[in-house]
Ligand binder design. Structure first.
Ligand SMILES: [Zn+2]
Length: 125
């Protein structure tokens, strides 16, 4: 293995550890005291302001399209991590929250449908 290969391998390892760390931090970002406030909901993107417990503010943009992160319709965060690796804990935490909200909403809808079904069935007999 030459020096270039070794450098590439070390960088790969560093990126893998960084990605794992981002995912781990994102999963508990709001428990750690960060607060996300929706600022805009459009057809292609939703934006949020994320504030850290120390009061640092980040602008997070969540794409509703498959656009490349960092592009006009793509995911984006104003933090230095995103600038480096095109993802970050703020973005992933907001995405997780949105997915959980959508899952809860879908479940509530299914329960409402079931209630309506049984209420109508009860009326029919
Ligand atoms: Zn960020």
């Amino acid at each position: 293995m030459n020096t270039n290969e070794l450098t590439a391998l070390l960088n790969e390892d560093r990126t893998a550890r960084l990605m794992a760390n981002i995912t781990r931090r994102a999963a508990r970002l709001f428990q750690d005291g960060y607060i996300a406030t929706p600022t805009m909901s459009g057809l292609f993107v939703q934006t949020f302001q994320v504030v850290s417990p120390e009061g640092k503010r980040y602008s997070v943009k969540v794409s509703k399209t498959n656009a490349e992160p960092g592009t006009f319709f793509g995911d984006k965060c104003s933090c230095p991590c995103f600038a480096e690796v095109k993802t970050c804990k703020h973005l992933q935490a907001v995405r997780l929250e949105l997915e959980q909200d959508a899952a809860l909403e879908a479940q509530a809808e299914r329960e409402e449908e079931a209630r309506t079904f049984f209420a109508e069935a009860a009326c029919a007999y």
